[in-house]
Design a protein around this ligand. Structure first.
Ligand SMILES: CC(C)(COP(=O)(O)OP(=O)(O)OC[C@H]1O[C@@H](n2cnc3c(N)ncnc32)[C@H](O)[C@@H]1OP(=O)(O)O)[C@@H](O)C(=O)NCCC(=O)NCCS
Length: 147
């Protein structure tokens, strides 16, 4: 998972993590206490993964939150979609009633398109909250769907 994490954050176009985020921080984010993570494998090699957590504690804990990363060399093959479908089913199984993404970078076309196609709506736009490596400060969306 670490090489994929490092490559994804190194691009500076989808996650707030800096390119030099320590491995321990990545581990905490994806494998910390209370985090459920799942990987996609091809021939035993990890090609993508996601984490599923409660979006908030206690009175906000009926809504799920998730984060996804697919190996850039394996994109466009449906791995992201498969992970997302698994994630939605897993969240339902765990009793969550909705899923919320808090920070979808507006210029991240593959992600925005995938989430829209899977029934997520943009319910809010946060102006210029993401410092994109190449594009400067860009918007991020809050995206939401019921389960
Ligand atoms: C978003 C991400 C998980 C998608 O993974 P993937 O394996 O490439 O996705 P898929 O092959 O299943 O394609 C999913 C959708 O994205 C679209 N897509 C894929 N590559 C695309 C591209 N370069 N431009 C526009 N759309 C693209 C496809 O049309 C597909 O839509 P559909 O299945 O509804 O027709 C992957 O790009 C990624 O890891 N990005 C970096 C991290 C990230 O952005 N995570 C999400 C943060 S909110």
């Amino acid at each position: 998972m670490w090489p994929i994490f490092r490559t994804v954050v190194g691009r500076g176009d989808a996650y707030v993590f800096a390119a030099d985020t320590p491995r321990e921080d990545a581990r905490e984010y994806f494998l910390g206490v209370g985090v459920a993570s799942f990987v996609a494998e091809i021939d035993g090699a990890i090609v993508g993964f996601y984490k599923l957590i409660a979006n908030q504690r206690d009175r906000g804990s009926h809504v799920a939150n998730a984060s996804f990363m697919v190996d850039p060399t394996q994109r466009g093959k449906g791995i992201g979609r498969q992970l997302a479908l698994h994630c939605l089913a897993e969240a339902r199984e765990r009793g969550y009633v909705a899923m919320q993404f808090n920070f979808v970078v507006a210029s991240n076309q593959p992600a925005v398109r995938l989430w829209k196609n899977l029934g997520f709506a943009i319910v809010g736009t946060l102006p210029k909250v993401f410092r994109h490596r190449d594009l400067g400060d860009v918007d991020a969306y809050v995206m939401y769907r019921e389960l």
